[in-house]
Design a protein around this ligand. Structure first.
Ligand code: NAP
Length: 292
């Protein structure tokens, strides 16, 4: 692609810090190539002190749009001209679209998760009970989207209980979702089996099990997972986490985080280009990058 860059090439990218481990450039550049678009996607390492100037440069340099990742997803909100309803509810933006100098903030993480859930596990959240482990940024995006999709109840638990309590209060007051908060167990203890057994969907949204600490996982009575239940891990590196391995062994249908990454990227691609995302090319590029 680099040899084909000209003054007509449209530029997208990602703002975050650090960015050494991002898979998005490989995924998006493969998408542009597959779709025959004269676009390029670049990583822009931006630290917190320079976020404001970086966002202004999207307007001044005429970038089509950018993704926003850790640590800027929340800090970027007041720097934008308009927010989608989901970005406002989640309180975070992962995609900026430049509409002739007006910057529109969207959050595609939660919808990417739901899309992956539907396509991979054929799971529709309406009326279902969810056990959500974690209360960080990714958990919040997933929780808001599941709440908007009409789940019956979300049972939340997080190492720092106050964050789970805040999220539960927010979901019930803003979206009217029924919620329950469990205390994260002490070391050597496990979360209550009833909570796991009552859930149709269990979402692992903590960073436990992420490379290089791949042997770690959440304190669940894994033997109580059952066929018919869906177990999702948002961690995508490694592709097969300890959580997925153990839930799968007990009979649950499992789904890793790569599908969410793919679909949040596909939604961003569609916002920037107005075209359907070439999912197969994007998925292949992701898998190739993860296994490198
Ligand atoms: P975050 O905002 O930093 O939240 C981290 C979460 O993990 C918090 O709930 C935190 O609990 C918990 N946690 C961290 N270390 C823990 C430990 N030792 N024991 C128990 N809990 C621990 O991060 P995030 O953005 O939500 O990301 C969470 C995970 O989702 C990461 O693995 C990330 O790669 C993945 N993710 C995947 C996608 C995707 O597209 N698949 C998108 C975004 C994120 P406390 O609140 O107590 O600190």
């Amino acid at each position: 692609m680099a040899s084909g860059i000209s003054s007509r090439t449209k530029v997208c990218g990602i703002f975050g810090y650090p960015l050494e481990h991002t898979f998005s450039p490989a995924m998006h550049n493969a998408a542009f190539e597959a779709a025959g678009l004269d676009f390029v996607y670049l990583p822009f390492p931006v630290d917190a002190d320079r976020l404001q100037q970086a966002v202004a440069s999207v307007r001044f340099l005429g970038l089509v749009g950018v993704n926003v990742t850790i640590p800027h997803k929340e800090a970027v909100l007041p720097l934008l001209d308009e927010l989608s309803e989901e970005a406002r509810l989640i309180g975070a933006v992962n995609t900026i679209v430049n509409h002739s100098g007006r910057l529109y903030g969207e959050n595609t993480d939660g919808r990417g998760f739901l899309c992956s859930l539907r396509k991979t596990a054929n799971f529709l959240p309406s009326g279902k009970t969810v056990l959500l482990l974690g209360a960080g940024g990714a958990a919040r995006a997933v929780a808001v989207e599941l709440a908007l999709a009409g789940v019956r109840k979300i049972i939340l638990t997080n190492r720092s209980k106050s964050r789970a309590e805040e999220m539960a209060a927010y979901l019930s007051s803003r979206i009217g979702t029924c919620t329950e908060v469990l205390t994260w167990p002490e070391p050597e203890d496990l979360l209550p089996g009833e909570a796991l057994q009552s859930a149709d969907l269990v979402v692992q949204a903590t960073s436990l099990g992420m490379y290089p600490c791949c042997a770690q996982t959440v304190p669940l009575p894994f033997n109580l997972f059952r066929p018919g239940q869906v177990a999702c891990d948002l961690v995508y590196n490694p592709v097969q986490t300890e959580f997925l391995r153990r839930a799968g062994e007990a009979g649950a249908t499992v789904m890793g985080g790569l599908g969410m990454l793919l679909h949040q990227g596909a939604l961003a691609f569609e916002l920037w280009t107005g075209k359907a995302a070439p999912l197969e090319a994007m998925g292949k590029a992701l898998v190739k990058t993860v296994w490198k």
